[in-house]
Design a protein around this ligand. Structure first.
Ligand code: WT7
Length: 582
């Protein structure tokens, strides 16, 4: 038996609002995807389209004039869009794509900061039947080129601030025909022949309803995801994915009619679309978008100001809030919060313990991937949380831990985390990479590339990416458990752990550690930290080497890039770094 710390949940009557999911086993046994689809879609009259599910359908209901989007810009500018505003604007955008000669299925990429026009272009493109692709606005020319070239993008929506980076590679993009420029800051900008002013285009384009001609199996959105090696690959989804995003936003994120929901992820990453657009809006929820990046004080201030009730964020953000100090949240009124969820990396037990103190709420971990399109495993409002566990499979999803032959392994035995295909939001292709796509499906399973184990009660526990797992003298050690133990030490802010080749032990555990303010690195501190971890984990699972670093290399979605730490350590080529944060 592995030791577990459990947070028991209060009885349903004690919640601020009754959760949407009160009986997990019941919903697990009865959820059928076609039934979920019927909550959104009437085959006799509705078009099958994400923009319809997320925007248009609300405009024939009492939600028509409800705020869909509260936007706060970096310059403190604020804008509010109702569902009806979005309906009209996305009609304009779709009508404009038509008059520009764009065809159904053409790729339309959006390379913008988190401004309302990003949301309008993306949904306008979806409504039109284009395959849309978001790009992080921080991408440089090479990262842009990889994605636009591979997808054969015909249209890019960007801004005067960002277009320079596109210009550097435009001559190598033969498929790119139009560049639409959103000049939100009204800069002096002279359009060139291939460029179109977004503002002019929208003004001239009619706001009359554009009826989508898409079907359930048409491609909707593609996200480029970088694996551990090689170039990023474009995972493409279809309009039919909505059933999953809708249901998981309802039952895992627990979104409710009166919520003010904030997803802190950028739409360049799938969390920022599946749960920064599709999940909340298909449920008709009001959502906050903040243009700026992480800042502890600003984030708390936003929660206070907008009375945020439901919050979806990432372990890295929680760790940064922890690093900013326990006194900071006390300065703000965070009492509006009622449900907090997290994704992207393992959620360290210490982060949950801290969250309980800072917000009086447990942070609920959720697990999924770009390829899965939606949450697959989660902690739910009414189920006890086991600290360090990702929770249980979402209703309608079958998850398992399997061995090399596709057989399910015994409880508490580590193996490959796998999912039973298909489910509505399962990726349908890697663009131009059929063999790679097929290689992900083995013996009747979709194999996720993550290592995990399941306990007797059906909770899943994350061990690490298959490539990150460390083999030290025959013991397999996941970096997550070591990192979690490290950050329980009072001096440690963040930790990244790798296996370093060793003649004796095959690999030894090496940790890269950043310290909290007020601590200085020293050999004595390194020894103390090693000792500290030894008392918490098995004797073989402590880091034999510790390097102190100012910060850890992370992707833009906040994942610690362990392969980069390893490559640097071993002096190997560092591979694709287009998603690396500056
Ligand atoms: C990988 C997926 C995260 C969704 C958006 C797309 C890691 C994600 C968790 C979690 C432990 C997690 C996994 C997964 N991951 N969530 N709750 N606990 N690990 O993400 O860029 O496709 O990455 O992120 O390794 O396979 P992605």
């Amino acid at each position: 038996m592995r030791p577990t710390r459990v947070i028991k949940k209060p009885p349903v009557t004690k919640f601020k609002t009754t959760p949407n999911l009160t009986n997990y086993p019941l919903l697990y046994s009865k959820l059928k995807w076609p039934q979920i689809e019927r909550e959104l879609y009437n085959a006799a009259k509705d078009p099958y389209n994400l923009a319809h599910f997320c925007i248009d359908r609300h405009c024939t209901s009492s939600r028509k004039n409800k705020a869909a989007l509260f936007w706060e810009g970096t310059d403190a500018r604020r804008e509010v869009y109702t569902f009806y505003d979005l309906y009209r604007q996305t009609n304009r955008f779709a009508n404009a794509l038509k008059s520009q000669g764009v065809r159904k299925g053409d790729r339309v990429f959006v390379f913008l900061d988190r401004i309302p026009e990003l949301y309008i272009s993306l949904f306008g493109g979806l409504k039109y039947g284009a395959v849309v692709g978001p790009l992080f606005s921080a991408f440089g020319p090479d990262a842009i080129w990889d994605r636009l070239y591979d997808s054969g993008a015909k249209v890019v929506v960007t801004s005067p601030e960002l277009v320079g980076r596109l210009d550097e590679v435009r001559s190598k993009l033969p498929a790119l025909k139009k560049v639409i420029i959103v000049n939100k800051k009204h800069r002096p900008f002279e359009l060139r022949s291939h460029e179109i002013s977004y503002e002019d285009m929208m003004r001239k384009s009619p706001e009359t309803y554009f009826k989508p001609h898409t079907s359930k199996s048409d491609f909707s959105i593609m996200h480029y995801t970088s694996g551990t090696t090689g170039k990023p690959k474009g995972a493409a989804h279809v309009h039919g994915s909505i059933s999953c995003q809708y249901a998981t936003a309802k039952y895992a994120l627990d979104l409710q009619e009166n919520d003010i929901y904030w997803c802190t992820a950028d739409p360049g990453w799938v969390t920022g679309t599946s749960y920064g657009m599709f999940g909340p809006w298909s449920n008709g929820i009001s959502m906050l978008v903040y243009e700026g990046s992480f800042n502890a004080e600003k984030w708390y201030h936003l929660i206070e100001q907008y009375r945020v009730t439901a919050w979806y964020t990432a372990p890295t953000a929680i760790r940064m809030l922890m690093k900013a100090g326990d006194d900071v949240p006390k300065k703000y009124d965070l009492s509006s919060l009622r449900h907090i969820t997290s994704v992207g990396e393992p959620l360290n037990p210490e982060a949950i313990v801290w969250g309980l103190k800072a917000f009086g709420l447990a942070i609920h971990d959720t697990w999924w991937q770009t390829e899965t399109g939606a949450i697959m495993i989660a902690n739910y409002p009414t189920l006890p949380i086991k600290l360090g566990s990702m929770g249980k499979p979402f209703p309608g999803i079958r998850a398992a831990v399997i061995d090399k032959n596709g057989r399910e392994v015994a409880h508490e035995t580590e193996g490959d985390l796998a999912l039973k295909p298909p489910w509505p939001s399962m990726f349908k292709i890697y663009w131009n990479k059929d063999d790679l796509y097929r290689s992900k499906f083995q013996k009747g399973w979709y194999v996720t590339g993550d290592r995990a184990w399941m306990d007797k009660e059906g909770y899943f526990w994350f061990v690490g990416r298959a490539d990150d797992v460390i083999n030290t003298a025959g013991h397999l050690v996941g970096p997550f458990e070591v990192e979690s133990a490290l950050i329980e030490h009072p001096a440690v802010a963040e930790a990244g752990v790798i296996g370093k080749p060793d003649p004796e032990r095959m690999e030894i555990i090496k940790a890269f550690v950043s310290l909290k303010a007020g601590y200085t690195c020293s050999t004595a501190l390194a020894e103390e930290i090693k000792k500290f971890v030894r008392t918490r984990l098995a004797a073989h699972a402590y880091p034999r080497e510790i390097d102190f670093v100012d910060s850890l290399p992370k992707t833009r979605s906040g994942k610690i890039m362990r392969r980069l730490l390893k490559a640097r350590e071993l002096g190997l080529p560092i591979g694709d770094t287009s998603t690396l944060e500056e």
